[in-house]
Write a protein that binds this ligand. Structure first.
Ligand code: HEC
Length: 103
């Protein structure tokens, strides 16, 4: 229950923080986490450097909330056991680099 509350308030904070979501996350930590855990599989399935998955026309993620949810799905699927603050590093990196949601 407290984990649920925590993640809910983190989402709320990121919504009220201003022009950019996920400001609590750290870009460079997120970058290295993605490079280590995520790129190989995306590149294998979608080709190139693995970034096409985030920029394809019919991409799945449509909002910052959706981005966090997708990161959580992959986290769970891969059994990485990341905490909320670690998910926010990755969200910060992916949003700044590819998605560019403003709230
Ligand atoms: C074992 C393979 C695999 C790994 C590892 C993996 N993914 Fe994915 N990911 C996928 C596939 C396949 C899709 C596309 C699903 C679809 O199109 O239905 C996807 C989609 C996504 C999307 C949505 C892209 C869009 O359409 O907007 C995000 C964001 C994402 N993954 C993040 C991550 C992150 C973060 C990690 C590392 C923790 C990760 N993935 C690791 C296979 C993987």
């Amino acid at each position: 229950m407290s984990r649920l509350l925590l993640s809910f308030s983190l989402i709320l904070i990121s919504y009220t923080a201003g022009a950019e979501p996920f400001t609590e996350g750290d870009f460079s930590i997120g970058k290295s986490m993605v490079e280590k855990h995520c790129i190989a599989c995306h590149a294998e399935r979608f080709g190139g450097d693995g970034s096409a998955i985030y920029t394809r026309e019919n991409r799945l993620v449509k909002s910052s909330r959706g981005l966090l949810a997708q990161i959580r799905n992959c986290n769970t699927m891969l059994d990485l056991k990341w905490f909320e603050d670690e998910e926010l590093h990755v969200a910060n990196y992916l949003n700044k680099t590819y998605y560019k949601f403003e709230k």
